[in-house]
Design a protein around this ligand. Structure first.
Ligand code: NAI
Length: 699
């Protein structure tokens, strides 16, 4: 049983005890119902206090029950709330730390609520493409007022209890305790003070009206339009709250129920729930036990103060970890530090960073030109030029000076981490930490596990990633790791589409309509077209039979590297990021097409999207089969957090599962018949072919 029952004097206390956040799983719900039955049957009990053990009152649904029939099994949450409401003795929720989702809905079933200051209060269901399904949309407006309740339900964001307690006329909290420590005592005293009150107050009996009625809800619908572009849930939250104001309580509950069930079945909600679980799963590595002893990381060195080095350093400074940066020349150090300072100053100017925090962070940053000054550092991250010879020299130095047990990481984006490890006499301490640019902003971190990387190094870097607020995904060693290896295929398809008749704007528009933050050509302009050019030049010698469109090379030959040169696939006005189509580029593409003897054809948005997305899927299936990625869901996380894949599609693998792998394979067979495409590439990866034939999915 994950709820504990006891009687103190004339008060029964039911304590939810389902770590880490007292999720309302079946056994907890059963425990509450049993406790309520005992308390009501015991004549010595005058009132009942419900509270939570440990770090929460309750965080809501138990994620272990996500999508399983257990979540609905009786007593389900609505039934338990009914038990509270129908109790013949007063029920007092003693709330602290976190009250979210189903936890808040449960508390709204109690007759009274006493809360500790500092408690985070939220109905976050909208973030999973849902709405609160156990009366939250009907009861919260009754206690808070329609507008504040709707704002909370539509945003899903937590608000501190004391802020809510200040709302005029609010009935969410009957009392705010003086402190978290005194909550238990104050809740007991409160329970005694209301023990003989009859009839008992019920949230469902409160009135719920908005003075402007229809006009307000029209306004609310306009407000959520932006949020609702790819997601049905926010607009549905408005519908449910409107029902609370216009219908009897039970009818409103029926509206909420129907909407909830419909949302559960939407692809968008399924995708968001998939990502929620996928992100948690990504932090677990099958052969790294969760109790692995971690190496202490209290100081970090960064080698190279360029684009990546500066951003990487900021992550650690933000987390309060001192950073020492090393460069070959003082000027390079000065430049690097100036960039970091400028970044922080911009945040101060925008009011996003307080001056004292700025001082604190800059105070944690030091510089050196000498490797000998790195001796005491716990971890070093190398971000020097992407040349194996340069990396060799750096790692030999690191091997010489770093203390035993220090972690030696490389931010290489293409080089062989095993080879880099072999430059040292301690390959077990070497790991790849592939940050994405801008490294202080992008959430994704690919942790590249070398053949010899030690288990505790893996456990430590995963924990460090959490500390610096990155979403880490483990990748094996291969060219491009997970993300860049896939994006190369996507880029190749983009090139073929130009050769066959598209303009860059048409391709970008189609995939952005699908939901990508940016199409391949706008992205190329942002990242720098010269990066892809350098990779292709290498491929032309290493893999001469790999087919590429030559348009991107022609573009680079014109010096159109993208935003940094003011011109790429598009033109850019200095200081702005708007992509302006350029007639010369389009003429260049047309001329190249003509030189190949290709007649332009009209290509549908559907074909553009399928070729781009399924190219990711096919390469990903190879990656999965080779064990470079451990789970399909890891690949989804890489693409969501590193490449702007639309969250409502849940990542490329989840999207392919939703389309149906049989259909994906059929499309690939069609693409293979296009003589201007790459028939060999479109042979479905064996894993994909097998899953499709067996009617299975990746995830
Ligand atoms: P960058 O050219 O901006 O910076 C490299 C810095 O390293 C320069 O400041 C240079 O003076 C310094 N440096 C070179 N050799 C050195 C040595 N022997 N000792 C000390 N410092 C040295 O390059 P960027 O873009 O920061 O890339 C660095 C690494 O990060 C590369 O391995 C790259 O592949 C990787 N990377 C780059 C990404 C990007 O978008 N720029 C994304 C992910 C990884």
């Amino acid at each position: 049983m994950t709820a504990h029952y006891e009687v103190q004097g004339d008060i029964a206390i039911i304590t939810l005890n389902n770590p880490p956040v007292n999720g309302l799983g079946l056994s907890t719900r059963q425990g509450i119902a049993d406790g309520m039955a005992q308390a009501n049957a015991n004549p010595a009990v005058a009132a009942i206090v419900i509270t939570g053990a440990g770090k929460a009152f309750s965080g809501g649904a138990d994620i272990k029950e996500f999508g399983s029939p257990k979540a609905m099994q009786e007593p389900n949450l609505n039934s338990v709330i009914g038990v509270l409401e129908n109790s013949s003795k007063p029920v007092i929720a003693a709330i602290h730390t976190v009250v979210m989702g189903g936890g808040l809905e449960l508390a709204l079933g109690a007759h009274y609520r006493v809360v500790a200051p500092g408690t985070s209060v939220a109905l976050p269901e909208v973030k999973l493409g849902l709405l609160p399904g156990a009366g939250g949309t009907q009861r919260l407006p009754r206690v808070l007022g329609v507008e504040p309740a709707l704002n909370m339900i539509v945003s899903g964001e937590p608000i501190k209890a004391e802020m809510l307690a200040m709302l005029p006329g609010q009935k969410l909290f009957d009392k705010v305790a003086a402190s978290a420590e005194s909550l238990a005592e104050e809740a007991l005293a409160f329970a005694r003070s209301v023990a003989s009150v009859r009839p008992l107050p019920l949230v469902r009996d409160l009135k719920c009206k908005h003075p402007q009625g229809d006009a307000y809800f029209q306004f609310a619908r306009n407000m959520v339009k932006g949020m609702s572009k790819h997601f049905p849930a926010p607009a549905k939250c408005v519908d449910a709250v409107e029902a609370a104001t216009k219908k009897k309580f039970d009818e409103g509950m029926a509206v909420e129920r129907e909407i909830f069930i419909n949302l559960m079945w939407t692809a968008e909600s399924k995708s968001l729930r998939h990502l929620f679980l996928a992100e948690r799963a990504a932090s677990k590595i099958a052969d790294v036990p969760s109790d692995t002893a971690l190496r202490a990381i209290n100081s970090v060195a960064v080698i190279g103060a360029g684009t990546m080095g500066g951003g990487i350093a900021m992550n650690f400074l933000n987390a309060g970890i001192p950073v020492k940066m090393l460069e070959m020349k003082q000027e390079a150090l000065d430049r690097g530090i100036a960039t970091i300072r400028k970044n922080y100053e911009a945040q101060v100017k925008k009011g996003k960073l307080k001056q004292d925090k700025y001082d604190q962070r800059m105070g944690l940053l030091s510089t050196t030109l000498s490797y000998d000054e790195l001796t005491g550092t716990d971890m070093v991250i190398e971000a020097v030029f992407e040349e194996i010879g340069v990396k060799e020299a750096v790692f030999k130095e690191l091997d010489r000076v770093m203390k035993p047990g220090a972690i030696l990481a490389s931010n290489t984006s293409t080089l062989d981490v095993n080879k880099i490890a072999s430059f040292t006499k301690r390959p077990e301490d070497v790991v790849g930490l592939h940050f994405f640019s801008p490294a202080n902003v992008m959430k994704l971190l690919e942790v590249v596990r070398g053949e010899k990387t030690a288990i505790d190094v893996m456990a430590t870097v995963m924990s460090v990633a959490k500390k610096i607020r990155k979403t880490a995904v483990v990748s094996g060693v291969c060219d491009g790791f997970i993300g860049n290896r896939m994006i190369e295929q996507y880029g190749r398809q983009g090139g073929f589409l130009l050769d066959e008749g598209c303009t860059p704007a048409q391709v970008d528009r189609a995939i952005e309509k699908f939901g990508f933050a940016m199409g391949p050509f706008r992205m190329g302009d942002l990242a720098g077209n010269d990066i892809g050019w350098a990779i292709r030049k290498r491929r032309y010698t290493e893999q001469p039979d790999m087919k590429y469109s030559k348009t991107a090379d022609l573009l680079c030959e014109k010096g159109r590297f993208g935003q940094k040169t003011g011109a790429g696939w598009y033109d850019y006005v200095p200081g702005k990021r708007d992509a302006i189509p350029n007639a010369e580029v389009e003429a260049m593409i047309a001329a190249h097409r003509e030189s190949l003897g290709i007649t332009a054809r009209k290509i549908s948005d559907e074909e553009i999207v399928q070729r781009l997305v399924f190219s990711l899927v096919n390469e990903a299936a190879h990656i999965l089969e080779e064990g470079i990625a451990a789970k399909a869901s890891d690949i989804d996380i890489v693409y969501i957090f590193g490449y702007g894949f639309p969250a409502h599609r849940g990542g490329p693998m989840n999207y392919a599962d939703q389309v149906g792998l049989f259909n994906v394979v059929q499309a690939m067979h069609r693409f293979a018949q296009n003589p201007l495409d790459d028939a060999k590439f479109w042979q479905p990866a064996p894993l994909l072919a097998r899953l499709a034939a067996e009617g299975k999915t990746f995830n």
